[in-house]
Design a protein around this ligand. Structure first.
Ligand SMILES: [Zn+2]
Length: 119
């Protein structure tokens, strides 16, 4: 291992520590974390389940985002999977569109059921 590799490893390790400390700082007094996108809460006990909280990049690294605290967001596993390579505004717009489509379907369903009569 040369000096450059060693320095890189050192930096990666520091970063890992930074992230862990940052995640810790986002916990509320019960030790829970809240997803910044959907608001779902990850309790300490659920930390290793499917809905565990992860550290997400608001602007993905692959899209030029920085690996720094102001680009970090607490994100549940589900949102992280859905968000993929979207930026935060893109993801929020996508979620809003999905929500609107759901609302539209609900309205159509209600209208259809009204026509059938309420007796
Ligand atoms: Zn979420």
């Amino acid at each position: 291992m040369n000096g450059w590799e060693l320095a890189w490893l050192q930096r990666a390790r520091e970063k890992q520590k930074d992230r862990r400390a940052w995640m810790h700082s986002r916990r509320d007094k019960h030790g829970n974390l809240t997803c910044e996108y959907c608001g779902s809460i990850t309790s300490k006990r659920k930390a290793f389940s499917w809905c565990s909280a992860t550290l997400d990049h608001r602007t993905p690294l692959s899209r030029g985002g920085k690996d720094e605290p102001d680009n970090w967001a607490v994100c549940c596993n589900r949102c992280n999977g859905l968000k993929g390579a979207m930026t935060q505004p893109e993801f929020e717009a996508w979620r809003a569109a999905k929500q609107a489509a759901k609302e539209e379907r609900r309205r159509a369903w209600l209208a259809a059921n009204k026509q059938g009569g309420t007796t």
